[in-house]
Write a protein that binds this ligand. Structure first.
Ligand code: IMP
Ligand code: MG
Length: 175
């Protein structure tokens, strides 16, 4: 079941590393004096966020949420739930949401709207990948790693049915 025969590499680790460095430079320019809260969307963003924050050498805080979306299938349900909420208050704070992939956009737009109700000083989105051809609702990605094709991707935190998150490259999982 965990055979790698159906995988091939789309974004090798050296390209991911270069993109993380670029995003860190952009975020540093904008936030070095703002003590932002970076909110990682679990579980998919955990590797990306861990690499990103180690390139950010200024005061910041971290928090995490878990949102239900895909379950064990490849299709988004459209119904989003906060399974595990924030510990911190975002009121008056500069917030950067960190996501692994924006696909239909339903999950992230739900969460951004939820945060907006809690009056952050500013709210931006950093996403490693954007499957823009699949968008159902408009989403502004302020800091983007890669635009990706309409393929199912795994690795570097992304899973299929909880498998493959540990792969160091972003790979296409063939049907
Ligand atoms: P959306 O609500 O359709 O934008 O789905 C977003 C969420 O679905 C992401 O946070 C991922 O967890 C998951 N997802 C979407 N596309 C993929 C993929 O290609 N591989 C793994 N997870 C994905
Ligand atoms: Mg996710």
């Amino acid at each position: 079941m965990d055979s790698h025969a159906r995988l091939h590499c789309l974004i090798p680790r050296v390209e991911i590393e270069a993109a993380v460095n670029r995003l860190a430079t952009e975020i540093t320019a904008d936030y070095h004096d703002k003590k932002p809260i970076l909110i990682g969307i679990l579980k998919g963003s955990f590797i990306f966020l861990a690499d990103l924050v180690r390139r950010l050498d200024f005061p910041l805080e971290l928090d995490f949420v878990r949102l239900s979306s895909y379950g064990s299938s490849r299709k988004t349900s459209g119904t989003v739930e906060v399974v595990q909420g924030l510990e911190s208050s975002v009121e008056g704070r500069h917030v950067i949401v960190v996501e692994d992939i924006v696909d239909s956009g339903l999950t992230i737009s739900f969460f951004l709207n939820y945060l907006k109700k809690n009056a952050p000083a500013s709210l931006k989105l950093c996403a490693l990948t954007d499957k823009s051809s699949r968008r159902q609702v408009p989403v502004t990605i302020d800091y983007l790693g890669f635009t990706v094709p309409d393929k199912f991707l795994v690795g570097y935190g992304l899973d299929f049915d909880e498998q493959f998150r540990y792969l160091p490259d972003i790979c296409i999982l063939e049907e």
